[in-house]
Design a protein around this ligand. Sequence first.
Ligand code: CA
Length: 236
Amino acid sequence: MHILNEDLYKILIVEDEIKIAESLKQGLEENGFVVDVCNDGNCGLLSIEQNFYHLIILDINLPSINGYELCKLIRQRNLQVPIIMLTALSSLRDKLEGYDTGADDYIIKPFEFKELLMKIRVLLRRTLNHKIPEGTILRAGNLEINLESKEVKRGETTIHLTMKEFQLLEYLMRNKNHIVSRANIAIHVWDIDFDTNTNVIDVYISYLRNKIDKPFSQKLIHTQVGFGYILSENQL
Ligand code: CA
């Protein structure tokens, strides 16, 4: 059993239009996020009190507790979680009211999924907690990477990586023995406007595998179907 990367990002969607909620959930899951959905404000409040979320997507017109009130209640509980409000109302006044309640960003329906994804990445990136740079050398098995000289070795064999491959490997090494999702990788290794609908991440993982794993008997990069990848010297 492996520990899920603690920043395997968990998002709550509070949206009463089932179709929108479900398509958002699907889109976010395809991008590596873990998603819960609530279709009314009470459920939203309950979920927030019982679970930890990295980000909340909040519709404004909701049954039981509306989005504005829910947002206020979240902030009254002193929760700093980033909140993106969704709304069909596009007037400036509503927009301002949204910010006053403590929302971090705002998106007008109908919106492009890509635009929402970008806003999510911007907010998550802001709250990033980078893991340890324990010295300049990171190790896994006989793999060694030097963060300063950018030198990569397995045993005595020097391995040449491109800059992107190195950044990806560094991220996997910093999260050794923790699963990282495609969403984590996209946020940490690629730019914010990076389109995760492409298979770029998988392609780079296979480049890395060809260089650091394929020529050696001990494999370090493992696929966790449905979650992402994990770098570990343990047999999985
Ligand atoms: Ca609604």
